[in-house]
Design a protein around this ligand. Structure first.
Ligand code: SF4
Length: 227
């Protein structure tokens, strides 16, 4: 198992604007949005605690609608079962930027500064997106060092993988070391956190190399669709 803390994030203006979308507060011109971001991005850097925790697990069995890890833990649904047929191991990862940014967003909202609240929240989305990409790249590079392939990252809640399976992540990984906990709706707290499962093997099925967005029924209307 590896735990990585204080990771550096670039927070490029382009990815921030992509995550915020156009005029998310309904009150700003693009120039005003960009100008506010020039203040808020450095402010956000003081609030971020980018941390990643991940571990590898043997893949014991692939069934028609579920997979079984070495310890007997089960992930349900076709999402992983259809993709991990050639995988030999599965990496489970948890990533978070911590809760300080969310607290600041609430403070701006309490002060009725909706523009800063919405923009800072978008910066948080960009930050956790970048951290997730960084974690996947680390896992992929480690696999390549072994001469193995790594699948795309998948997470509970995508396609038919039930969100409730976040519980398996929290059983197998010491999430409390990142200050993470699970809400009763099976979402992680702090909210700017992501989970991922990545299949590893000498060879992976082509389907496993594409993100779930490629097969997602709402991808056309989803601003965060990534392929
Ligand atoms: S298209 Fe959107 S909703 Fe569908 S899997 Fe991708 S990010 Fe999730």
């Amino acid at each position: 198992m590896r735990v990585l803390r204080d990771l550096d994030l670039d927070l490029e203006m382009s990815s921030v604007l992509w995550c915020q979308g156009e005029d998310p507060s309904g009150r700003l011109t693009t120039e005003q949005q960009t100008s506010l971001n020039h203040d808020l991005i450095p402010e956000s850097q003081q609030l971020l605690n980018p941390s990643v925790l991940y571990d590898r697990f043997a893949l014991r069995e692939v069934r028609e609608q579920s997979i079984v890890l070495g310890e007997g833990a089960v992930f349900r649904g076709h999402l992983l079962a259809d993709r991990f047929g050639l995988a030999e191991e599965v990496v489970l990862a948890l990533c978070t930027i911590g809760g300080d940014l969310d607290d600041r967003v609430s403070k701006y909202r309490d002060a009725e500064d909706e523009a800063r609240a919405v923009l800072l929240d978008g910066i948080g989305t960009a930050a956790i997106g970048e951290l997730g990409e960084m974690a996947h790249a680390l896992i992929r590079d480690e696999a390549q060092e072994r001469g193995w392939q790594a699948s795309a990252p998948f997470q509970p809640g995508q396609l038919d993988w039930p969100l409730e399976d976040h519980g398996v992540f929290f059983e197998l990984l010491p999430a409390e070391r990142l200050g993470l906990r699970l809400h009763s709706d099976h979402l992680m707290v702090p909210s700017k956190s992501v989970s991922m499962a990545v299949g590893l093997g000498e060879e992976m099925l082509p389907l496993a190399m594409h993100r779930a967005c490629k097969y997602c029924p709402i991808a056309d209307d989803c601003r965060f669709s990534r392929e």
